[in-house]
Design a protein around this ligand. Structure first.
Ligand SMILES: C[S@@+](CC[C@H](N)C(=O)[O-])C[C@H]1O[C@@H](n2cnc3c(N)ncnc32)[C@H](O)[C@@H]1O
Length: 365
């Protein structure tokens, strides 16, 4: 029992390393002098971008409020890494700094504008288009970026058509008027299943108010999800996300992390049984040949009636080439409900990974 517990926790560590390692820390170090966005927020952004790429949610990435370019560079670099040719990052900024905050933006915003000696004032976020262009060139990201200088009120309506569909709309313009302008002008172009990220939702009242006003005016019931890591409590949140869909980012994120873990454990192209796959909104289709379970004439035929039906179908799929069986968290009830099938898996198959999201079994030939 002890050794099983040890293996479980080792596996958990491993899967954490797989999903967060790659070259993300290196990328974040490369862009750190071009951003004021904290590392945790950048990590959350990178996850979102990767999930969108993995699950083929179509459309460009748009950042309103690019400043020196850091967050746009992260999105562009992930596109480069993925070899994406069908989308790019649009980065909008005045490059003349923030417009003055208004009373509606709240006390924090007014204090920011008054406190010009603060290290967080950053010269009212003033920077230059040339500087961002040079940085993009130095990082090799020019082909993935379209940088547009000017006030949102003019540039967004002017570029709207060229931008087309949007997968991620990242709004980092701080104040109420700027955030409203971004939502009013671009929200309709965010695709079903796409995302709007409000970076300063928890920082400035005007940003939160603009989002509530916009959703209220349009009678849109999308929830606002706090993101950054898994910590509870407002103090830990930096940004809020709106997902234009029926499920939340949290569920897409779970599916994305599961897909990453599967990719690290199971070779690409293998035939994989994904238990209760109907429960997954986004499945790693492109990477594996996913077999329906229970299967009848190549089609999904509902969950097994009983343990015997599950074992029988498993054996049939093995003969047809199935090499792995994955039980993901939406199907964890299977393990308690089909107890004999669960025991069959434990006895006859090698458990390759067991963590809070997945159980992966290699099926003997
Ligand atoms: C907090 S900074 C953005 C930080 C940046 N995303 C990063 O990675 O560090 C906010 C930016 O929004 C821009 N901005 C705010 N309101 C704007 C508007 N109405 N039109 C154009 N730019 C605006 C400012 O010029 C500023 O560079």
């Amino acid at each position: 029992m002890k050794s099983r517990l040890r293996r479980r926790s080792q596996n958990r560590e491993q899967s954490k390393i797989w999903v967060e390692s790659r070259d993300l820390p290196r990328l974040l170090r490369k862009v750190q002098s071009y951003t004021m966005v904290p590392v945790e927020s950048m990590t959350a952004l990178a996850r979102l971008v990767r999930a969108v790429i993995t699950f083929n949610i179509p459309g460009s990435f748009v950042e309103c409020g690019a400043w020196k370019g850091g967050a746009s560079f992260v999105m562009a670099d992930l596109l480069r890494q993925a070899g994406a040719r069908d989308r790019k990052v649009w980065a909008f900024d005045s490059f003349e700094g923030l417009p003055p905050p208004q009373a509606v933006d709240g006390a924090e915003a007014l204090a920011y504008a008054r406190n010009t000696d603060s290290p967080e004032y950053y010269d009212n976020c003033k920077t230059s288009l040339d500087q961002m262009r040079r940085a993009a060139k130095k990082l090799g990201l020019k082909p993935y970026l379209e940088i547009v200088k000017g006030w949102f009120e003019e540039t967004l309506p002017a570029r709207r058509e060229r931008i087309g569909r949007i997968a991620i709309l990242r709004i980092d313009g701080n104040w109420h008027a700027s955030v409203r302008c971004c939502l009013d002008t671009l929200f309709d172009q965010v695709v079903p299943g796409g995302f709007v990220l409000l970076h300063t939702y928890y920082t400035y009242e005007g940003c939160a108010l603009a989002a509530h006003e916009f959703l209220g005016k349009r009678q849109l019931g999308y929830p606002l999800e706090g993101i950054i890591g898994l910590n509870e409590g407002i103090a830990n949140f930096q940004s809020a996300l709106i997902r234009k869909g029926t499920t939340t980012w949290k569920s897409v994120e779970q599916e994305y992390l599961a897909a990453e873990t599967m990719a690290a454990v199971i070779p690409a192209g293998e035939s994989v049984i994904l238990a209760d796959q109907e429960q997954w909104e986004n499945k790693p289709h492109g990477r594996f040949r996913l077999l329906p379970f229970l299967e009848e004439n190549g089609e999904y035929n509902g969950p097994p009636e009983d343990d015997a039906a599950a074992v029988e179908n498993l054996e049939k799929l093995k003969r047809a080439g199935a090499r792995y069986l994955v039980v993901g968290w939406p199907a964890f009830w299977w393990l308690d409900y089909y107890t004999k099938f669960h025991r069959h898996l434990r006895t006859h198959c090698k458990c390759l990974l067991e963590d809070e999201r997945l159980l992966i079994f290699a099926l003997p030939r």
